[in-house]
Design a protein around this ligand. Sequence first.
Ligand code: SF4
Length: 767
Amino acid sequence: DDTFDNVVQWVYSVCGYCSVGCGLKIGVNAAGEAVAVRGNDAHPTNAGRVCVKGLYEYKVLDDNDLRVAERGKYPLRRTSTGGWESITWDNATSLIAQKIIEAIDTAGPDSVGIYNTGQWTIEEYYAMGKLGKGALRTSTMDSNTRLCMAAAVYGYMTTFGSDGPPGCYDDIENTDCFFLIGTNPAEMHPQVWRRIANARKSSRAPKLIVVDPRRTATARSADLHLQIKPGTNVALMNGLLQQIIANNWTDNGYINANTRNYDALAAKVASYTPSYVSGITGIPAADIALAAEWIGRSQEVWSLFIQGVYQAMGGTDTVRQICAMHLITGKIGRPGSAPFSITGQATAMSNREAGGSSALAAYRNYYNPAHIAELENIWDVAPGTIPPHGTTVISSKSELQPEKNSMVEMMRKGELKVFWNACTNPAVTLPDLNALYSYLDFSNPSRPFVVVQDIYEPMETAHFADLFLPAAQWGEKTGTYTCAERRVNLGRQAVNPPGFELRPSYGAYSDLEIIKMVADKMAAMDPRFRTQSGDSLVGFNSAEEAFEEWKQVSAGKICDMSGMSYAALETNNGIHWPSTPANLLGGARLYTDGRFNTNWDRAQYGISPDAPWIDPDDKSRAYLWAVDYEAPPEVPDSQYPFWLNTGRVIEHFHSRTKTKRVAQLHEMVPENYVEISTEDAQSLNVATGDLVRVTSRRGEIVVKARITDTVRNGAVFIPMHFGDLDPSDVAENDGRLVSVNRLTINYVDKDCGQPIYKHCAVKLAKA
Ligand code: SF4
């Protein structure tokens, strides 16, 4: 039934799942229904190919498949008996506006928390940032990108002076050595992996080094797999730096001209010899030395990294060390060489750029008064409107780290009055879920008023909602998506959202339209939420109008998009930023001249003015961090003897909100499981398919065993996709709790606030 025979129109689009950003076309039949997806042959990222998720992406637009018919069509209000009643959009937006105004009047603007996503369009992030910071004036804004790539942002900005991966996918075909750390592209970013695998077959024959505690599909293809102990990335990176320096594989000319703090770095890593590092990481000393030699002697090196770095101990420091490795060898800013962060979600990059959560639009700096004044002027709001840099979504519990404020901490203390949660599912994805559930439980008298804006009502976070707002999704709206290589792609609307015929009272609307409805209602109800000219802050009437305003906001900044237009994005199959009218397509690589953004007057991010990375001599040099290894906060012991690692599978995306409703994907991985090594399975008397109770200090789940050589003895792996509050899932799991984040530890990176999901201690028993 997936043939192209019934397609009468192919609509230009981009994949809405992962951050690779494959160009797609959505096939629409004569009845206006999405019936197929195919890769865009002309798109440089994927050249017509798609992975299994992309192939079936149209299924989430198809009401006839599996549970897709559960799409929300009506705004819903919680009744006094715990059920739902449908209300009109007019009543729904009045209710949210009234709750926000009550919260601001009684507890101040920061009592309104906005938590969003890495899956909106640039236009939607820009609109939400404008509403939150320019009208509501709340600094309590964050997004799930805090959980998925905050370490990359902080690592880049404190090394180079600004965010953004320096390279691009075309580096893949121009390198001599791939250094993949904490990433499994064969399953997580399949079209990047396809290009790596093809490049490996070329006459250039680049080497492949993979650092991963598991023997993943990627690791099995490596020339050298460094099977590292959990939580020891910082020690390994210091070991590689030590070997590069000790063997003179450095580029001293580049170091002297373009970096600072080299002597401190060299002194710091001197004691991290291969044998010392081997004792910490469990990697043979000879393999550490060999990896350093390949990196040091290769003409070009391309490093790729994601959650195994960001969500592990020392995430920000590890990003800094990877950048340092490229800087001291001069392997950056030219074809084939770059430290290249990748993200999980399709538009995590866009939220960083457009300021939809904690950041300011276009990487403006909270500490730079000129940046604030410039934005207030563009938005036509009074000086002093934009609040200071705000809270993150989650901070560690105080017994583990000094207490910092965060949305979850505010919930715990009863300080958060409104929690507006959009296009994300924290009831599956935040760590230490049992604690979160107690703060949001309807029996808790100090719980906030919870708004959930999503495409499905039966999803875990809506379980705690007082108000549900039905949203349109990918394929049902037009907008722009920045992929991992800073390429901005256009996705056009192919079909109408569910309940389109019920408009204007009911029916799903795009997130941009919902944000505008709330902004307009607030402006109508109270003059405090208007521009100085008396208008709603969200004045644009279409995504393209929003993009045109955003372009002006980005002009002259690091992520300059002023050269782009919807027409140009389609004609060129995406355009890298920076892109100006004078240099439309020149943004593929950053720092090609060895100049960085570390001069304070040019610094583009919200960090205090005395930060060490700011170049005191205004020479725009990159900063080399000298950091030490710190052991993780929780390690296996006699009571909890196993390392727990969490991660993803190719068939599912995030909390499976969409992929569990696509039969072809759901049937491949229908339920959660735990990977156990053969030897450990024998000691536990467990076979594949047996139920296993997995317990940490924070909770307990029961999932099926999968015996494998992917994990080593003493370590287990459980996918992060599965929740256990959706009634359909509960029925399928026979009522068992299966969500791995009931076990994970609430401990965040000291620099960026990203939680450590990749390691904590658990015990196992046959259930
Ligand atoms: Fe979509 Fe990523 Fe698959 Fe490409 S690799 S089709 S962007 S999920």
